[in-house]
Every structure is written in structure tokens, then in C-alpha cells.
Design a protein around this ligand. Structure first.
Ligand code: SAM
Length: 277
């Protein structure tokens, strides 16, 4: 049987370990078991998955995941927190399948087994790059649920045509579809952050949109297009293509309007542009 961490035990753990949560590592720990249950439920696990968790911290979400998944692989950068985690799991979730890796999740290239899902309360300052790194590096990840700043959540799930649509939205759309899965208030975190948070669910496309080379070319087009998002594509892509005229030729060859702006292009439009290059 798995039991979750309550607020009192988290405070006791933190005091005993002398944890001073750092902003640099985005350390805001979930102190409320009901929120953990909500997060785990929103991840839509069947019970058979190997889940990878980025940043287990004191283990709040880890325990919820161990209750709902076949196995959990956790990747934590902070050695003090990592050192305590096996004991917390032994106390609250004995007999479950748990592996811990003490490493920087931004640069990790290998895991002990192939994860089916990614579920994490992501460190705020690296939430988008670490999510994209995992989707890129671990092709076995079919779906996932991440807790991020509300503003980032809205950017991740945004569709073409609005102010929130940008590089994170277009790049996440390369890998799969995404949707908001609820808001999370500030007060369930310790320390309490000064921004709101939200859940994002994602599911990988059944078939990849293209090869790794096409992905790189598409991401270069996305970066170039949004580097000057108020300008027309013809202007924004001039450096990327060599000149405004070369940009216009490529945009037309891709079947797009040189007077449109990056924020109007779907991931499929960016792929068309990349294919022309
Ligand atoms: N999962 C815990 C929870 O929900 O209470 C903690 C989440 S806290 C927002 C983020 C966690 O990510 C912290 O434990 C922090 O030490 C860890 N972290 C920060 N940067 C990291 C990195 N580059 N690689 C792995 N873990 C990281």
C-alpha cells in the first residue's frame, strides 16, 4: 500500500534535511495530497506504464505515481533531496518499482528502461527546454502531464492565431497534441510561488511528422519565424533564407503567404517551409 506525504511530514522532512528551497532549481514542493491525486488522475495512467518523473524533490508526486504506475524512474539534480528519497519511498511505498537517477535532466541521454509516460511538477525556469529534451530523447514517451507556470501552460497549448502561440507551442505540436488539464492554486506549494500554475496533458502523434533532420530544419524555421514575430514572414525569414527575396521564394514554394506572420503558421506550415529548404 502506498501512502502520500502530508504537509506536516514534508515540513518535518525539510527541517531534518535542512532544505532551503532554491529558486535557481525551481524548488516549490507540493504539500497537499489531494492535489497529488488530481495530478496523477490527469495523467490518465492505465497502471501498466513506466513513468519518468523529472525533479522528484521530497517525493510528493513520486509516491502518487508509484501508486498508479507499474514503475517510476525519477531524475533529480539535487543530491541532498535525492539521498533521502529511497528512504521516503521505502516508508510510504514499500515493494514498488522505483529507480532514482541523480543527474541534470536537461542533459540526460539514457534511462535504465524505456519510459511510456512523463509526469512532473517541472522546475519553472527550465520547464519548456526540459520537456522538449525528453520528448526528443525518449521516443518511447507516448503521453504525459506536466505542472508548469500558468503562463507557460497557456503558451504550450496555444494554437495559431493568438498572442500566446509561439516557439513552445509550435515545437510541442511537432511531437503531439496538448491541452490544459486544470489550474493549480499557489497555496499548495512550499514555498508559495508568486505565480499561478496549471497542468498540461500531451499525447504523442501516432506517426512522427518527419525525420530528425526534418525536425531540426523545422525548429530552425520556427526559431527564425518567431525571432521577429511582428514582422511579415518575408522579413522575419530573410536572414534564415539569405535575403528577403530568397525568403519570399521559399515561402511561396511552401504554399504560404509571404505577408503572413509566424503566429499564423501551424506546425504543418513550418514543416512545409523546412521541406523547401
Ligand atoms: N516533484 C516535487 C513536488 O512536486 O513536490 C518537486 C518539484 S520542484 C517544482 C522541481 C524539482 O526539480 C526540485 O526537486 C529540483 O531540485 C529539481 N530540479 C531542478 N532542476 C533540475 C534539473 N535540471 N534536473 C533534474 N531535476 C531538477
Amino acid at each position: 500500500m502506498v501512502t502520500l506525504l502530508g504537509g506536516a511530514e514534508i515540513r518535518e522532512l525539510a527541517a531534518r534535511l535542512n532544505v532551503n528551497p532554491t529558486k535557481k532549481l525551481g524548488q516549490n514542493f507540493v504539500t497537499d495530497p489531494n492535489t497529488i491525486r488530481r495530478i496523477v488522475q490527469a495523467a490518465k495512467l492505465s497502471g501498466n506504464e513506466t513513468v519518468v518523473e523529472i525533479g522528484p524533490g521530497l517525493g510528493s508526486l513520486t509516491l502518487g505515481l508509484l501508486e498508479a504506475a507499474a514503475a517510476v524512474i525519477a531524475v533529480e539534480i539535487d543530491p541532498r533531496l535525492a539521498a533521502e528519497l529511497p528512504a521516503t519511498v521505502a516508508r510510504h511505498a514499500a515493494g514498488t518499482n522505483f529507480q532514482l537517477i541523480v543527474q541534470d535532466a536537461l542533459t540526460i541521454e539514457q534511462l535504465p528502461s524505456a519510459p511510456d509516460a512523463l509526469v512532473a511538477n517541472l522546475p519553472y525556469n527550465i520547464s519548456v527546454p526540459v520537456l522538449l529534451h525528453f520528448l526528443q530523447t525518449f521516443a518511447s514517451i507516448r503521453s504525459g502531464l506536466v505542472l508548469v507556470q500558468a503562463e507557460v501552460a497557456h503558451r504550450l497549448v496555444a494554437t495559431p492565431g493568438g498572442k500566446e502561440y509561439g516557439v513552445p507551442s509550435a515545437k510541442l505540436a511537432w511531437y503531439g497534441s496538448s491541452s490544459l488539464a486544470g489550474n493549480i492554486g499557489r497555496n499548495i506549494f512550499w514555498p508559495v510561488p508568486n505565480v499561478d500554475s496549471a497542468l498540461v496533458y500531451f499525447s504523442r502523434h501516432d506517426e512522427p511528422l518527419g525525420t530528425s533532420a526534418l525536425r531540426k530544419a523545422t525548429f530552425a524555421a520556427i526559431d527564425a519565424g518567431f525571432s521577429q514575430r511582428r514582422k511579415t514572414l518575408r522579413q522575419a525569414l530573410a536572414t534564415w533564407a539569405g535575403s528577403p527575396a530568397a525568403a519570399e521564394a521559399k515561402i511561396v514554394a511552401a504554399g504560404l503567404n509571404p505577408q503572413s506572420r509566424a503566429e499564423e503558421l501551424s506546425i504543418h506550415d513550418f514543416v512545409s517551409l523546412a521541406k523547401v529548404v
